[in-house]
Design a protein around this ligand. Structure first.
Ligand code: UDP
Length: 251
């Protein structure tokens, strides 16, 4: 069998050269990391669940006209995506206070924010992805003013879509992170949603019980991560026949 060219290996995913130019195969690993990879564990089945959940969210976004890198799922752990030039920013959208915002500003977790708040972190593991302002982004040329306008509009559309989808299954979207990439079409550049959208990069709380159904289960040792992600997948009808403990059986 021919060996594929690995382009990049990150904490939760591996990227391989895709079958056609301009495509990439994104492989979802079972590795869970937190606190800039200080805490690490293999969580069996997480990659399979995130591949499915990211497919569900990204294809939904494509269908409502929010462009993403997602083309199609290939198998249990892999999806075909458009290759793009990643903007070196993590774009965080918050609807309710939690995590670093709560710590930084002393706002109790779960407090509803007066409106969605967008924050940016500079993607640099060695620096621990520091929070940056639009001034830094403009001064250091990480994104242009036009890019920033497009990023805000993409982020808010993703927020409305995800909030609505989750609300329909009794889950509150507290916050999430997206990444965006540039694709070139002739003389034009377009920004699209890239990377993944999964419970690894969102905070999802059950509306009735407040139970956390996201990576905080791992970060804060609140129980079994696969159970939490399976619950999200089950409610969304993404893996309807999946037994919670054996998600790898489902293709
Ligand atoms: N997030 C992420 N990757 C990061 C940092 C944050 O996916 O490197 C997500 C995180 O899961 C949460 C949101 O962005 O849904 C806001 O995270 P926060 O800034 O509160 O960071 P944390 O408290 O997790 O350090």
């Amino acid at each position: 069998m021919a060996r594929r060219n690995k382009i990049y290996e990150g904490k939760a995913k591996i990227l391989y050269e895709g079958p056609e130019p301009g495509t990439i195969v994104q492989y979802f690993k079972d590795d869970a990391t937190a606190f800039n990879a200080e805490k690490k564990e293999v969580v069996e089945g997480k990659g399979v669940l995130n591949n499915r959940l990211s497919e569900f969210f990204m294809s939904g976004l494509n269908q409502i006209g929010v462009p993403t890198h997602f083309i199609r799922r290939l198998n249990m752990r892999e999806q075909l995506v458009k290759s793009c030039e990643i903007v070196p920013l993590e774009i965080i959208v918050r609807n309710f206070a939690a995590g670093s915002l709560s710590k930084r500003l002393g706002i109790a977790e779960g407090t509803q924010l007066p409106r969605p708040v967008i924050e940016y972190c500079y993607k640099d593991d060695a620096l621990g992805d520091p929070l940056v302002s639009e001034e830094h982004i403009a001064a250091f040329g990480w994104a242009s003013q036009q890019d920033m306008d497009d990023i805000v509009s993409l982020a808010l559309r993703v927020n409305d879509f995800l909030s609505g989808v989750m609300l329909a299954v009794g889950i509150r979207l507290i916050d999430f992170k997206i990444e965006v990439g540039r694709i070139y079409e002739g003389d034009f550049q377009r920004l699209i949603v890239a990377d993944e959208i999964s419970p690894d990069s969102c905070r999802l709380w059950d509306i009735e019980s407040g139970r956390k159904l996201d990576k905080d289960v791992f970060r804060r040792d609140l129980g079994n991560l696969t159970d939490a992600y399976s619950e999200v997948a089950r409610r969304l009808g993404v893996m309807p026949k999946s037994p919670a403990t054996k998600p790898t059986l489902i293709n």
